[in-house]
Design a protein around this ligand. Structure first.
Ligand SMILES: Cc1ncc(COP(=O)(O)O)c(C=O)c1O
Length: 392
């Protein structure tokens, strides 16, 4: 038994920093701004819809493989409502696939579309499951680093670096906008350039748009709406972020029928189906009036401002996010350079838990002085965190 139990592909992904930091939060009684989950549940009527579905016996047995028709129809209607003016739309029967959260959608898309040896370009820093899923598919990840600009106060995509990263082995671009952890919302020009490169090189694109409704500045533009993109793009959404029910794990994929068919082939052997009654509830949630989506955004914008101001007052360099519910900060103005050491000591020093951005990088040096805080928490908790951080 001298061979390790965990296979080579996953050896680097043994434990996540989130587990370590959440345990630290519990041990020290610190405020946990590490992991991105809201501290209050989503709308009561959506919760009631789940109870009703459960009681009425809808979804208590295996739902249909592609998802219940009510949810697929609601996903298509949501796309039409918010992006129809950009020319986007999808057929609920052939172009929508319901998944166990965005996490399964990412896994199924990558497992379906990649051959061992293919290269996948992903924007670094990246959501942690990307690297693991690319590895499980036996493919090779090629990071393209988003870098902060002191001038604009936001992270930018270097289009020359992206162009240079494309080789004959590149099969797929894995994009995320609005972007976790930097809070950047890719601009129309950035997305147009990405689209041009994808078309020019015949690449597939998987775009993770789970924060589509959490945009505080500018607007979210689905990559699939750019010229030449619809036929090559797999778009991923999730109810977790938009409706504050992260535990329900209801996500979806929209794409042309041939891509949906491929992703479904992998998905059917991962979970087959999931979250039956919750699918009906999310169908109702997606039909909530525009005022729900506006209020969600306004509420989070106010929370962003509370935490961003608190962090700036405490001496952090703050990249005010245009989207998502994360703020990336620079700890160098505090005289610190190592985000790992900083985050491990922060609970003792200031009673707050954060995540070192370096965990989201292949080039860990690039991420070393940056630290991420989540602001999807109550105003009182954020104010308390801001006040504690002044101890620094
Ligand atoms: C960028 C990104 N993609 C996907 C997910 C996972 O979404 P879900 O909970 O729907 O699986 C998250 C969750 O934090 C995320 O930040």
């Amino acid at each position: 038994m001298d061979r390790p139990l965990l296979n080579r592909r996953l050896a680097a992904f043994g434990t996540t920093i989130f587990a370590e930091m959440s345990a630290l939060a519990v041990r020290t009684g610190a405020i946990n701004l590490g992991q991105g989950f809201p501290d209050a549940d989503g709308p009561e009527e959506v919760r009631e819809a789940a109870v009703r579905a459960l009681r009425d016996g809808r979804g208590n047995q295996y739902p249909p493989g592609p998802g219940v028709p009510e949810l697929r129809t609601a996903v298509a209607a949501h796309q039409q409502r918010f992006y129809g003016h950009l020319g986007l739309g999808c057929d609920p029967d052939t172009e929508v696939l319901v998944t166990a959260g965005a996490t399964e959608a990412i896994a199924a898309a990558l497992l379906a579309l990649l051959e061992p040896g293919d290269e996948v370009i992903a924007l670094e820093p990246y959501y942690d499951s990307y690297a693991a899923c690319i590895a499980m598919a036996g493919a090779r990840r090629v990071p393209v680093t988003l870098r902060p600009s002191a001038e604009t106060g936001r992270y930018h995509l270097d289009l020359d670096e992206l162009r240079d990263a494309i080789t004959g082995d590149t099969r797929l671009l894995l994009l995320n906008t609005p972007h976790n952890p930097t809070g950047t919302v890719l601009s129309r020009d950035e997305l147009a350039a990405v689209a041009e490169l994808a078309v020019e090189h015949g690449l597939l694109v998987v775009t993770d748009e789970v924060y589509e409704h959490l945009v505080f500045e500018g607007e979210h533009l689905p990559l699939a709406s750019f010229p030449g993109m619809r036929e090559r793009t797999v778009t991923i959404g999730s109810a977790g972020k938009t409706f504050s029910f992260t535990g329900w794990k209801v996500g979806w994929v929209t794409a042309p029928a041939d891509l949906i068919g491929a992703v479904r082939s992998a998905k059917q052997f991962l979970t087959y189906v999931s979250a039956g009654p919750f699918q009906y509830a999310v169908a109702e949630a997606l039909a909530l009036p525009d005022s729900y989506f506006t209020a969600l955004r306004d509420d989070l914008r106010a929370k962003r401002d509370i935490l961003a101001t608190g962090l700036a007052d405490a001496g952090f360099g703050v990249f005010r996010p245009a989207g998502t519910y994360f703020i990336t900060t620079d700890i160098r103005p505090l005289g610190e350079t190592d985000g790992f050491a900083f985050c491990r000591s922060l609970p003792e020093r200031a009673g707050v838990v954060a995540i070192p951005n370096a965990v989201f990088y292949d080039h860990q040096d690039e991420g070393a002085p940056f630290v991420r805080f989540a602001f999807c928490k109550s105003v009182s908790l954020l104010e308390e965190a801001a006040s504690r951080l002044k101890r620094l």
